[in-house]
Design a binder for this molecule. Structure first.
Ligand SMILES: Nc1ncnc2c1ncn2[C@@H]1O[C@H](COP(=O)(O)OP(=O)(O)O)[C@@H](O)[C@H]1O
Ligand SMILES: [Mg+2]
Length: 286
């Protein structure tokens, strides 16, 4: 954006170039990739080749220190995209750079080491270990990373207090409500002290009021922590509350990306406009 009122440009923490992800037999993948690279649309390619298309050529820049929300209808590629950022998924083609480093070139052991210090993820289904108490869940990743038990415990206690769970340290996940479990998930991710936080529909299974509290908590923490947060949601109200920057996906491609205010002011088409206006009263979030 070049208007005089536009905020200062920030540097990109993560750069995606020409990301394609196709599923199917080897032959179907090759045919689908070739078609998509010629610009063919997802539905047509799937029909012609029998491949399933996750991403159909994504270029995106994720700004440093801001919250980027990835939006789009179900099946548009949000989860596929966010999972490329920590290489839970490898692309069929394309480049992923984080801090200028080509993470696709990392060996498995380099990737593991890089993930442990650079990037954490909060999952929709919490992903807590049921046989460990809350404190041990938060300390788990720190211990795996080689930190001494005492220090890991102290770090866990600090982050549990920060998310308001200091009196729940010795409880087990199945003794907690959904909102509390996700606070544990958030504490666990923050305890790793990574600069990048990935959140895929992390609040989507929570009741509306709890969800609102979690958004508040995240925003309060972010004012202090300035992490690079990539936040997937299909919920417009949530997106409008937490986003600095937005990437709107459709059928595996970027429909529009930029600062939230810029996109709200100038949506490129009705698909984007739909995501930028509040839902009508009484409609559901799905
Ligand atoms: N493992 C897989 N095998 C085949 N197709 C997949 C696989 N994972 C995702 N897809 C396809 O990729 C597309 C995008 O999926 P996804 O990223 O989960 O969408 P979203 O998170 O936006 O709902 C969908 O059409 C889905 O069917
Ligand atoms: Mg998804």
């Amino acid at each position: 954006m070049t208007s005089p009122a536009a905020p200062q440009p920030v540097s990109s923490k993560i750069v995606l170039r020409g990301i394609y992800k196709v599923y199917g037999t080897r032959a179907a993948q090759a045919a689908a990739l070739a078609d998509l690279q010629q610009g063919a649309a997802k539905a047509e390619v799937q029909q012609r080749t029998g491949a399933s298309v996750g991403l159909a050529g994504v270029d995106a820049d994720i700004p440093d220190g801001l919250i980027t929300v990835i939006m789009g209808l179900s099946g548009s590629g949000k989860s596929t995209l966010i999972r490329h950022l920590n290489r839970l998924i490898d692309p069929s083609a394309g480049e992923v750079r984080v801090d200028g480093k080509n993470i696709l070139a990392l060996s498995l052991s380099e990737l593991r080491a890089w993930r442990r210090q650079a990037i954490s993820m909060v999952f929709q289904n919490f992903g807590l270990l049921p046989h460990l108490d809350v404190q041990a869940n938060v300390a788990f990743g720190l211990k795996v990373r080689g930190e001494a038990a005492q220090k890991a415990r102290e770090t866990a206690r600090y982050w549990l207090a920060r998310v308001g769970l200091d009196t729940y340290e010795k409880r087990y996940p199945d003794e907690l409500s959904g909102g509390m479990r996700q606070r544990v998930g958030l504490a666990r991710a923050l305890a790793m002290d990574a600069e990048i936080l990935l959140m895929d529909e992390a609040f989507s299974s929570l009741d509306p009021l709890i969800r609102y509290d979690m958004q508040d908590q995240l925003l309060a923490l972010q004012r202090e922590l300035h992490k690079t947060i990539v936040f997937v949601t299909h919920d417009i109200d949530e997106a409008l509350r937490v986003a600095d920057h937005v990437v709107v996906l459709r059928d595996g491609r970027v429909e529009q990306a930029g600062r939230l205010e810029a996109i709200r002011a100038h949506p490129v088409n009705d698909y984007v406009r739909r995501f930028m206006s509040h839902r009508p009263e009484g409609s559901t979030s799905r």
